[in-house]
Ligand binder design. Sequence first.
Ligand code: SF4
Ligand code: SF4
Length: 214
Amino acid sequence: MEQQTGYWRNIREATRSVWGGLRLTFRHIVKARKSVVNHSIKTEGYFDQQEGIATVQYPHVSIPLPDNGRYKLHNEIDDCIVCDKCAKICPVNCITIEPIKATEEIGRTSDGTPKRIYAAKFDIDMGKCCFCGLCTTVCPTECLTMTKTYDFSVFDIREHNYAFAEMTAADIADKKKALEEHQKSKAVQPPPPSGEAPKTARPVFKPKIKPPGT
Ligand code: SF4
Ligand code: SF4
């Protein structure tokens, strides 16, 4: 008798469980007649609107992205002071910079920082980038930013190396030559007349000691 009761109880539970699963499936089928409205993630109730067809017909339709999306890097090269901080902090060495020292100030960035170094090369290999964003946090002039551009697929991974420097080969040669000449002219400065201390000598520090009792 007890065996019979258990038998019917199992059938009842299995039926209830199957019905529960089917009910959920049917509910989703009904809701899947409409597509999810792609609101920005900042919209109130964003996570309550996730029922419906979530697949979008990309590239005809795209999901809105937050403004602080961290995708492709961009360097506003006119504001770059070629300090190399971004390259130094990058954990995967995907930023390559070739600096050339200028012989004088060459301009100012939009925030007023003086520029004294040319960028003969400023390459970012997005094929290696792990999108950590560290390079943007150390950039003193905030010229290096992560943008919302996420679709930059290519057929050849080498095309993921983006060059931001704008100098021509002739410009680079000119600036290198000017630096060499400047360094040579500094190296052959005439020695100071005998008896005179060289101009670069550090001034002797004489502490002022008051006589006792004054
Ligand atoms: S985001 Fe990270 S990995 Fe990519 S270039 Fe910047 S520091 Fe390097
Ligand atoms: S940290 Fe900023 S200013 Fe310095 S080299 Fe990199 S991009 Fe240029």
